[in-house]
Design a protein around this ligand. Structure first.
Ligand code: SF4
Length: 304
């Protein structure tokens, strides 16, 4: 049986776990390719122009897989720990997927409602009738992921390195098509880039202070990363998808907080019309500002 996984959205957090798990169940896994113009064009044709860029992109990945597999594995994240929800577009894209795929391809879309394991075991039984094999396959996949992560400390660049915190959803920042040019430009200009994926769970899952008021699961992570990195980096660059309600609220809060602390903050709002040249220009201008600020603080070029 060939099961496709769209290389978009939650894939960028759980992809290797899913691939391992399905392979443990004897499934042939087919990944959609990296996002490119063709994938995006496909997505644009079939979802509303009102939705955000990552949702348009995942629609293109689903259509790519539709012609090539027997089933598509596309879990639906309703809510995770602490009753924190995914955004409505992320929840709703699974219903859109059902419509896009029609009868041709089976959709394996377990709902994750707080219990991550149960949802995945249910999904496993959809491709493998042996519950013992499903349980063992899941345990093996989880163990192998723990071996890769197991990080308790942050992974900040060494002292004296110029560093920018890139704040944005993992499915945007890890998709080279969306954020590759931004990350490259910072690096080419001598800046280390840190994202929330480098921070330990104890930081991201913090529920005290303002974080307690944020009820979207990934938005809380973004905010916690921002709070933790304030004072530890030279500046922040936040990447927000046009039309993203949760991001726009949290971004505004972070922007004004950074402003009060005198920390440079660049907000990049992206959609399918955003040109790479324009993004690069804005990042370069921001780098210039960071460099000048660094020089004026130290008075000399040492460390800047
Ligand atoms: S959180 Fe924002 S960017 Fe992510 S799926 Fe929802 S609307 Fe789109």
């Amino acid at each position: 049986m060939k099961v496709g996984i769209p290389r978009a959205l939650l894939y960028y957090r759980y992809g290797s776990l899913w691939e391992n798990y399905l392979r443990n169940l004897g499934v042939e896994v087919v990944l959609s390719p990296k996002t490119d113009e063709v994938i995006l064009e496909q997505g644009l044709k079939c979802v509303s122009g009102e939705v955000c860029l990552p949702i348009k992109i995942v629609a293109g990945h689903l259509l790519y897989l539709k012609e090539r597999v027997d089933a598509i594995f596309f879990p639906r994240l309703d809510w995770l720990y602490d009753g924190l929800y995914a955004c409505p577009k992320m929840i709703g894209i699974v219903d859109v997927a059902r419509m896009l795929l029609g009868e041709k391809v089976r959709l394996i879309a377990p709902s994750i409602k707080g219990n991550f394991t149960r949802a995945h075991l249910t999904a496993g039984l959809a491709v493998c009738a042996n519950p013992v094999r499903v349980w063992q396959g899941w345990r093996r996949a989880v163990r192998s992921e723990r071996g890769k992560r197991g990080r308790n400390e942050d992974n900040l660049p060494a002292a004296g390195r110029r560093t920018v915190a890139l704040i944005g959803h993992f499915y945007n920042l890890n998709d080279e098509f969306i954020a590759g040019a931004i990350i490259r430009t910072f690096r080419q200009n001598g800046y280390e880039v840190i994202t929330k994926e480098s921070l330990p769970g104890r930081v991201l899952l913090n529920r005290s202070g303002f974080a307690h008021n944020i009820r979207w699961v990934y938005e809380r992570e973004l905010y916690n990363a921002f709070e933790y990195l304030l004072g530890r980096v030279d500046g922040f660059c936040m990447v927000v998808s046009m039309g993203c309600g949760p991001d726009s609220l949290v971004a505004e809060f972070m922007r004004s907080r950074a402003q009060r602390q005198g920390v440079p903050f660049l907000l990049l709002v992206i959609d399918e019309h955003t040109g790479i040249a324009g993004l690069v220009t804005r990042v370069e201008a921001f780098v210039e500002l960071l460099n000048r600020r660094c020089l004026s603080r130290s008075g000399v070029a040492a460390g800047c």
